[in-house]
Design a protein around this ligand. Sequence first.
Ligand code: 5GP
Ligand code: MN
Length: 335
Amino acid sequence: MENIKELKNILSIPRDIVITSHRNPDGDAIGSSLALYHYLIRNGHTVKVMFPSEYPANFAWMPDADKILIHDIEPEDCNGYLKKANIIFSLDYNALERVDKMGEIIGVSSGVKVLIDHHLYPENFAEYVLSDTTASSTCELIYDFLVMMDEKKGIDLTVGECMFTGILTDTGSFKYSTSPKLFRIVADLLERGVDDYVLQDLIFNSMTEKQLRIMGHILNNRMEILPEYKTGIITLTKKDYEDFNIQRGDTEGVVNQILMMKKVKVAVFIHEQPTIVKLSMRSKGDFSVQEICRKYFRGGGHKNASGGASYSGLSATVNKFKKLLPEFKEQLDAL
Ligand code: 5GP
Ligand code: MN
């Protein structure tokens, strides 16, 4: 961000600020939003955090998570805050369509727009942009942002806990997207008092018995392995959601479980939502699921973790995915 001094100037007097992040917010969306929120309110700003849809229950412990506004639930209030904001932060997303109806207002807002994100191919809608696709998480970039603002002192325990949450979840507990720089940041957060053990327990050991049993059922009965393509697919129908009373958060992380098999390099979770079919893809090593999501499923994300959607029904979507695997056979053989 070359014009950071300008932004620092803008932030030098109290402002009305809205921090936004993407639909189906994950640990990094919530962590980065709340980290920045706590830093900004300590500096006298009036700040609202706003997501298009609700966040998973295992993040409810986060400081001021209960103050987060959900556009699906309170659209009028949310639109009002967005319209009067002097500054709108867009965190952990690269395109306005990722925030649904909020995007339309952000697009025409006369407020200052700031994008901080680590997804590939960021859209050009913000005046101030900190985009680094090599970063582990948006939380890592919030840390960088405060360093660039010469505000490292603003990283107190609360801000640190929020940052740690996003780093932890977006790296799959330090399994991918790590770097010496990231571990230095994490070491700094621990030195500021962040308790990594307590936070991991709060975030990951939070399943209900029902959720764990659903996970077992899904792995046992809804997973298909295509050995010749080193690919695993899990599909869930609308009927599955009804029959087993599966809620959205119950399938969190199921796509990553497929990759626990040595022989599997690509994992896909295809699930029927009320009006669309959503795809969630993961890969190991030098294979880009981002390319598949972008080219074929109107989506995107990262090389090894991407998502997309389809409007042609569940079985047609599964068939479409299977039919495009031969195109990648050579690449998969090389893995
Ligand atoms: P997940 O599979 O966990 O929902 O998402 C994995 C990654 O892909 C995340 O970084 C997320 O932002 C991105 N992603 C998920 N769904 C979509 C989508 O529909 N469009 C785009 N552009 N990115 C997505
Ligand atoms: Mn992220």
